[in-house]
Design a protein around this ligand. Structure first.
Ligand SMILES: [Fe+2]
Length: 210
């Protein structure tokens, strides 16, 4: 077995993103919800290990579903916390800004599309800006729960949690206000670093013969 998954510390205090995200929401979101995904992902790995030892794969489908859900929840929340910072917001600069303009037209269109992706999720999910390394382009994608609907090989750069647990205690049913508020706390330097890192991914698909 490799390493166990660990809940990462936040780089800021629970109240540091107020008024956009309340301290209590962040405390519960990180300390209860995210922590739960980490705990469950580790438990599923143990159950998979037990199943292999017993050569008993009767529950393999449920275990694989559980692993995909909880591990993806851990990954997306870990990115989400780093995507945000106190006194963030504004606009990206440099190559990220150029790529956003190339692939979405302009920043305002990108923002509107991302919020439309978030607000039209049926049930629980995420809006995510991803780098798609085959076509070498930025895409927005709607993720159901934590794991479905994301094209394979897409690397998440900026993720917006649209689960009710992300906003309901503070914004109740006014989720559009929450999706607007997060634009005041985006950490564009973090997104730019992820962009630079993701562009090194080589999925090694062979080109189709002409
Ligand atoms: Fe969440």
């Amino acid at each position: 077995m490799g390493q166990r998954y660990v809940l990462p510390d936040l780089a800021y205090d629970h109240g540091a993103l107020e008024p956009h995200i309340s301290g209590r929401v962040l405390e519960l979101h990180h300390g209860k919800h995210h922590a739960g995904y980490v705990k469950n992902a580790n438990e599923v790995l143990e159950q998979l290990d037990e199943a292999r030892r017993a050569r008993d794969f009767a529950r393999i489908a449920a275990l694989e579903r559980g692993l995909a859900f909880n591990l993806s929840g851990h990954v997306l929340h870990s990115i989400f916390w780093q995507n945000m910072m106190p006194k963030g917001g504004g606009r990206p600069t440099g190559e990220l800004a150029t790529a956003l303009e190339r692939d979405f037209g302009d920043f305002d269109a990108f923002k509107k599309q991302m919020n439309a992706v978030a607000s039209t999720i049926m049930g629980s999910g995420w809006a995510a800006l991803v780098w798609e390394p085959i076509g070498q382009r930025l895409l927005l994608t709607q993720i159901y729960d934590h794991q479905s609907n994301l094209a394979q090989s897409g690397v998440p750069l900026l993720v917006l949690d649209a689960w009710e647990h992300a906003y309901y205690l503070q914004y109740e049913n006014r989720k559009a206000e929450f999706f607007e508020a997060v634009w005041n706390v985006w950490n564009w330097a973090d997104v730019a670093e992820r962009f630079a890192s993701a562009r090194k991914v080589n999925v090694r698909l062979k080109r189709a013969a002409a």
